[in-house]
Design a protein around this ligand. Structure first.
Ligand code: CA
Length: 435
């Protein structure tokens, strides 16, 4: 089977399902076959799925995609290379960038794309087993004057490695020469440590009004994931703190004895993408679902996003139903959009606002890990109540797992690949042919 078939959304003549249901039994059987035999049934599942059914109430959705490749209007090229298991990137005021590597290194990329050979010193020890390590980085909005940046990482139990790890978010000051992180302060520390090394979440996003959002995953193992519904535990949540680590007075669980005051939303599986919407100030997240249940959510104050009670996907290995066996339930917010199969395995996401690629302005972009693509979605309606009306997978010809996606200060899109020999890819406007 050509691999592009795995990325093809439903054909335009496929009926859209108007009801929101998880995978039916035929899809479940096909999903298990896909797991066992690779892509043997992937196209059949994709063709029968209705990925945007949650939004299909009144607006027809065009999910035709064409080929999953870079369109002629854009050109993808290597900007920087030589990274080991990178996770995130942040742009510096001079056009250079910082890139985190999960083994615990913060790397500096010069504006010309050259990689400084020595990592920035002074970061804490990290637990880089499985999904963990040094994860996200974000600069303070006033970084140019205060040199402050925020970062997330996993920390092992110092006494007992078998006790798993926890997510930590810290703030530090970057020296003028970029060589040292100084004055590190812990802003949030997940306690107790969780006996798992997976589904960590770990994305952070800074708002323009002095708040820091943090995503935490459910840690995957059966005995932990139910805590995604428990506001007293951090896993399976988004959190909202002040950029100095304080608790905002208007957080939804402030003053409750049975909840962490940092909790902003609950019921998430493994959110690895987050940004603050440039117009509404709302938190948008991308989360890894179970098999065939990846989601994009607008994470609104105090809302419950359903995991592990409801899902559009099913259990790995068996494709058994999740929780209540339904995709939606009263009191649980449905996703903005979701994938059935094949999964996107979403990493980070953004709304593109630049001038370099005007055909994509105001589109949502989502990095794909196992889908080895960047998903582009067209939104319709006001930014507070958008619908996804079209989506397609781009850049599949790169054949790279995409760990992060960002917009540069030059208006170009930057993609960070995954793995042991990773690179930063820059997407710019294609130069029209001469004549
Ligand atoms: Ca959900």
């Amino acid at each position: 089977m050509p691999r592009t078939a795995l990325h093809r959304a439903p054909l335009p003549d496929q009926p859209e399902s108007a009801t929101a249901t998880p995978l039916d039994s035929a899809q479940r059987a096909a999903a298990v076959l896909t797991l066992v035999f690779g892509c043997s049934s992937g196209a059949a599942v994709a063709a029968s799925a209705a990925p945007d059914a949650a939004q299909a109430g009144t607006t027809p959705i065009d999910t035709a995609t064409g080929e999953a490749a870079t369109p002629p209007s854009a050109h993808a090229e290597t900007h920087a290379s030589g990274f080991e298991r990178p996770w995130s990137m942040a742009f510096l005021p001079d056009g250079g960038m910082l890139v985190t590597e999960r083994p615990g290194r913060l790397r500096v990329v010069r504006p010309d794309g050259g990689l400084e050979p020595v990592a920035t010193a002074g970061l804490p020890d990290v637990d880089a087993r499985e999904h963990g390590g040094l994860l996200d980085i974000a600069l303070d909005p006033a970084f140019a004057s205060n040199r402050l940046f925020y970062f997330s990482y996993t920390e092992a139990d110092a006494e007992d490695l078998d006790a798993g790890n926890g997510l930590v978010v810290a703030r530090a000051r970057l020296s003028e020469d970029l060589a040292r992180a100084e004055d590190t302060e812990i802003l949030f520390r997940q306690t107790p440590k969780v006996r798992s090394l997976e589904n960590l979440g770990g994305r952070i996003a800074v708002s323009g009004d002095g708040h820091l959002f943090i995503t935490l995953g459910d840690r995957r193992v059966d005995e932990e994931r139910g805590h995604a519904q428990n506001p007293a535990m951090a896993h399976g949540k988004t959190l909202r703190i002040r950029t100095d680590g304080g608790i905002p007075d208007d957080n939804p669980f402030v003053g409750r004895q049975d909840a962490l005051p940092q909790v902003w939303t609950l019921g998430h599986r493994n959110p690895q993408g987050a940004f603050v919407h440039p117009q509404t100030g709302e938190l948008w997240i991308a989360e890894h679902g179970p098999l065939g249940g990846d989601e994009i959510n607008i994470a609104r104050k105090g809302s419950n996003y359903g995991w592990p009670v409801v899902s559009y996907g099913c259990e790995y290995d068996t494709c058994a139903p999740i929780g209540a066996g339904t995709a939606e339930q009263p009191g649980m917010a449905p996703p903005l959009t979701y994938w059935t199969l094949p999964s996107a395995a979403p990493s980070n996401l953004l709304i593109y606002t630049g001038d370099e690629l005007p055909q994509w302005r105001d589109n949502l972009f989502v990095g794909g890990l196992s889908s080895k693509a960047v998903w582009r979605m067209e939104l319709f309606g006001p930014p507070e109540a958008p619908r996804v009306v079209r989506r397609e997978a781009l850049f599949s010809e790169l054949d790279e797992r995409i760990r992060d996606v960002r917009q540069g200060p030059d208006g170009r899109l930057y993609l960070l690949t995954d793995g042991s020999e990773a690179r930063v890819i820059r997407v710019r406007r294609a130069t029209p042919p001469e004549g």
